[in-house]
Design a protein around this ligand. Structure first.
Ligand code: MN
Length: 319
């Protein structure tokens, strides 16, 4: 492990430098879902954020009857990206949206929101999806909640130097000069990239942003590192681009952005800055406060777990 370079005397952002670090997912039982485990890719214990990305679960592929009953969020955006199957989203703003492959659900929690997530129909269906969280900066995190569904995201062709061109869908933020229409609050990128069989492609990156790549399906080598499915490869910053190649074809997801400087306290479904903020949000959810509103059409909601006996502390960056 290399030391993080110290900042300049003039207050410029410190450089992280190039990294090539594998972040392995772990299996986590998800509360409120019968018999459903998810793969948790982020956060990594030594890396609380990548840009403002602070969390990533993959649910599936599995035949699942998903019933995530109403639960609250503060201080973050949920970014839901289905791979297989349809998901119904309902929230305390009155949104009720079905979502399938190629479509983005973006929910902004601001100071408080609640939502539910169901698979479509009463029976188990083939389901596979990525759900990320993006931490909000000051201002947006004290602001109003919001919900957006994007069904027509921009795509960009990435010219191959061997084989067929790759195609990127710009899900969030900016990639290769193309910008997603989804609302963001920090300089950020989230892009799904399809790499054809036999293709060698250079992905353009911003030197002042940090990045990471997840292998969703297929095979890929990134900077000559052969990736394992569901691993996240953290790349650090200071790169103008990175070489990727696939033998049989691959689906990868690129995330990144300007390193997020605030130390955040994450607990359950909340992203805050202090122990007190988290305790207050938990108390208000348990009291059914108006802060989190009501998701129509539900008889039950997910209770908050007990707080730990220790004071909640931010987890620092140690990579
Ligand atoms: Mn949620």
């Amino acid at each position: 492990m290399t030391e993080i370079a110290s900042g300049s005397a003039h207050g410029a952002a410190p450089t992280i430098g190039e990294r090539r670090l594998v972040l392995e997912p772990r299996e986590v039982p998800l509360g409120g879902v019968r018999g459903m485990n998810v793969l948790r890719v982020l956060p990594h214990r030594n890396l609380p954020t990548i840009g403002a990305w602070c969390f990533l679960d993959r649910f599936g592929p599995a035949d699942t009857r998903m019933r995530v009953e109403p639960h609250p969020h503060i201080g973050l955006q949920t970014v839901t990206w289905p791979l297989v199957g349809e998901i119904r989203h309902r929230d305390s703003l009155g949104s009720d949206a079905d979502l399938r492959r190629g479509q983005l659900n973006l929910m902004t929690a601001g100071n408080g929101i609640s939502h539910s997530e169901y698979s479509i129909g009463d029976d188990p269906i083939p389901l596979d999806a990525l759900q990320f969280w993006v931490v909000l900066p000051d201002g947006a995190r004290q602001g109003a909640g919001g919900f957006e569904r994007h069904t027509d995201l921009p795509t960009v062709a990435l010219s191959a130097h061997r084989g067929a061109d790759a195609a990127a869908t710009v899900v969030l933020g900016e990639f290769a000069g193309t910008t997603s229409p989804a609302t963001v609050h920090t300089p950020i990128v989230g892009a799904e990239i399809v790499i054809p069989a036999g293709a060698h492609v250079r992905l353009p990156l911003r030197e002042d942003w940090e990045h990471a790549i997840m292998l969703v399906e297929g095979d890929v080598s990134v900077a000559e590192h052969e990736m394992t499915q569901n691993d996240m490869l953290y790349l650090g910053d200071s790169r103008e681009g990175i070489e990727v190649a696939s033998t049989q074809g691959a689906l990868v997801f690129l995330i990144g952005g300007e390193p997020f400087d605030d130390e955040i306290v994450m607990w359950w479904n909340f992203a805050g800055r202090t122990h007190e903020e988290i305790v207050e949000a938990r108390t208000e959810w348990e009291a059914a406060s108006a802060r989190f509103g009501i998701v129509e059409g539900h008889d039950v909601r997910i209770p908050a777990p007990p707080l730990p006996d220790v004071r909640l502390m931010p987890r620092g960056r140690r990579i």
